[in-house]
Design a protein around this ligand. Structure first.
Ligand SMILES: [Zn+2]
Length: 143
């Protein structure tokens, strides 16, 4: 049996577009082709990173650094480690709050911008400094 490739799915999707069949079927196939390409790209990235980790470990352990000669168990081990790390990074990225800042400038033509969360109520406030040492620089109301 031949493996289905993204190109094959696209060819079928193109063919369906030219027929009386519903376009939603063609769109679903095109989506499947994109998903397949994404997974292939992920696998390639995992392999590149696993090879990098293997080389680094080889230098540290003063053993082989040649990924092409790595044993199947080493390939499996390093790939599993990279997969786990990438999964963890993905989870952390997904959990990062992407709260936006109001950012409105004070209408006096000075450089103060509101540091409060987007959509806040009340007056605008411009703060300076880091999270442990902050200073309120200016407040102003909407005009
Ligand atoms: Zn504001």
């Amino acid at each position: 049996m031949t493996d289905v490739t993204p190109e094959m799915l696209r060819a079928v999707a193109d063919w369906i577009f030219d027929t009386a069949l519903p376009a939603s079927v063609a769109h679903a196939l095109a989506d499947a082709a994109r998903q397949m390409e994404r997974e292939q790209a992920d696998e390639q990235r995992i392999d590149e990173l696993a090879a990098e980790a293997y080389r680094a470990a080889g230098v540290y352990l003063k053993s082989s650094t040649n990924w092409k000669n790595a044993s199947p168990s080493a390939v499996g081990l390093y790939s599993a480690v990279i997969r786990a790390v990438l999964y963890r990074i993905e989870q952390e990225d997904a959990g990062t709050p992407t709260s936006k800042v109001c950012g409105q400038t004070r209408p006096l033509g000075d450089p103060f911008r509101c540091s409060l969360r987007e959509g806040h109520s009340g007056a605008h406030e411009a703060w300076a400094g880091n999270s442990t040492d902050r200073k309120l620089c200016a407040t102003w109301e909407n005009e």
